[in-house]
Write a protein that binds this ligand. Structure first.
Ligand code: FUL
Length: 474
């Protein structure tokens, strides 16, 4: 017993850094995959594409940002360079870029246009820079390529304002000489920390963890406290061995990757860390735009389902919307984004808990149950130490048709809740509407509409006394 107590206390010593917290609070942000592939109809370019291929005729980054904002999206990550090596900005270090393309007669800088549109629209901007470069002649030679890569990174880190993230995938295939590069990750990370100390380093990096698939599959129990090394990286490496990643994009999580952070897993770990999940998936089958996928854009219903399971399941959602050959988000994609935003805004418009009476069934802790009305990490409910299974009662002003309960843990104090149940009062009986496991950043419980005036949240297992920062009822 005592041993468990010490063990559980050690687990909750892991908590987010400021950078991680910033990204977790962004909840839902976007990817735009755009490069020569958009014009050659490929998913992975091989680096031999002529610069003349890149020629968007109506590029309008403000149109992208407007469409993203309609969905409630808070940031955008642009593929500044994908595996083909073509740069969307006029890099000084290569000829393989927009500067030799017909776009704006070689005077264009897509990274600038997109970063400025994000700033104008009030959303954050981030960069994707593929370490795997199938065009660069020094790729595979060790330090000369690391120098090249760091020079490009420096351009992106210094010329386009504050970045919220630098996104690296782990793909490491062969370059033009048939050689593979051994990436000097520590050097890249140090450069980012020096030039953009507030930016997160995502996926192949210390701050944000890849969820483990590209299909939008999620875990029942998503933990942010994990062993320092997780096996997901192997999957990324496997991906870069194939010549086309179509099958990979559809592959769901492997069974052995479903549980990354249970007590059983953590017991075997030598070192623990906070590494929150990010689910990256595309609105279309491909990451890049293909006109033949215009009728395969995911429906609002499917997108909302993914949103519930990610943003409402302790993972951020990174949704890719690929600009088309005009340089615009396609009409179908724009309509889907609008549909998502309308649904989310409508569903969560009124929080019935705001004027409810909220009490706990145990002795109050120092931090009162009513504190959960405010969505802030400065105010929270915490029972006394040792009370790991409190129940919160929410009594609404009057009976309401209820469909959702939202719970947020105060994650600056780590992730603690392991199991919970939510009941609503119908007549004299309590009816369970949700049985869940992890909560973490946010849990959205969705259930069939029920008329009720009383709701209770039963915490059934927690690593140490839970700290709840917010409860909403809709
Ligand atoms: C993968 C890449 O190979 C895909 O093309 C895409 O960029 C995805 C986000 O990451 O590893």
């Amino acid at each position: 017993m005592y041993e468990n107590f010490e063990f559980d206390r050690a687990l909750v010593k892991c908590h987010p850094t400021e950078r991680q917290l910033m990204v977790e609070k962004m909840e839902f942000y976007a990817f735009a995959h755009f490069t020569v592939n958009t014009f050659t109809d490929r998913e992975w370019g091989d680096g031999t594409e002529p610069e003349s291929a890149f020629n968007p005729t109506e590029l309008d980054a403000d149109q992208w940002v407007e469409a993203l904002k309609a969905a409630g999206i808070t940031g955008l990550i642009l593929t500044c360079k994908h595996h083909d090596g073509f740069c969307l900005w006029p890099s000084k270090y290569t000829e393989h870029s927009v500067k030799n393309s017909p776009y704006k007669n070689g005077q264009g800088d897509v990274v600038r246009e997109v970063s400025e549109a994000c700033a104008r629209g009030g959303i954050r901007f981030g960069v994707y820079l593929s370490p795997w470069d199938r065009n660069c002649q020094v790729y595979g030679q060790g330090e000369p390529y690391d120098d090249y890569f760091c020079n490009q990174l420096t351009e992106l880190l210094t010329q386009y304002g504050d970045l919220f993230t630098v996104w690296f995938d782990g793909a490491c295939g062969e370059g033009p000489n048939g050689k593979k590069q051994v990436y000097d990750w520590e050097r890249y990370y140090a450069l980012i920390r020096r030039l953009q100390p507030d930016a997160a380093i995502s996926i192949t990096g210390p701050d944000i963890r890849w969820c483990g698939n590209e299909a939008g599959d999620t875990r029942e129990s998503e933990w942010s406290v994990l062993p320092r090394t997780v096996r997901l990286e192997e999957e990324v490496a496997e991906n870069s061995q194939t010549s086309d990643n179509a099958a990979f994009r559809e592959k769901k999580l492997r069974d052995e990757d479903r549980d990354l952070g249970s007590r059983e897993i953590l017991r075997k770990a030598t070192e623990l860390t906070w590494r929150p999940s990010e689910t990256d998936t595309s609105i279309r089958p491909g990451w890049f735009y293909h006109s033949w996928e215009d009728d395969k854009v995911r429906s609002v219903e499917t997108l909302i389902d993914i949103w519930y399971r990610t943003v409402g399941g302790n993972s951020t959602l990174l949704l890719n919307i690929p600009p088309d050959r005009r340089g615009l988000f396609h009409e179908v994609d724009v309509a889907r984004l609008r549909g998502m935003g309308e649904y989310i805004r409508r569903t969560f418009a009124v929080n019935f808990a705001e004027d409810a009476v909220i009490t706990a069934d145990t002795d109050n802790g120092y931090d009162l149950p009513e504190n959960v009305k405010e969505d802030s990490y400065d105010t929270y409910y915490k029972p006394f130490d040792g009370d790991n299974t409190p129940t919160l009662h929410i009594r609404l002003n009057e009976p309401k048709n209820v469909t959702h309960v939202v719970i947020k843990e105060c994650i600056p104090y780590s992730q603690r809740i392991e199991r919970f149940g939510i009941d609503v009062r119908v007549g004299d009986a309590w009816v369970e509407v949700c049985a869940g496991t992890t909560v973490g950043y946010k849990k959205i419980a969705k259930f069939d509409a029920v008329e009720t005036q009383e709701i209770r949240i039963r915490i059934l297992d927690s690593r140490v006394a839970p700290i709840i920062s917010f409860v909403g009822v809709y």
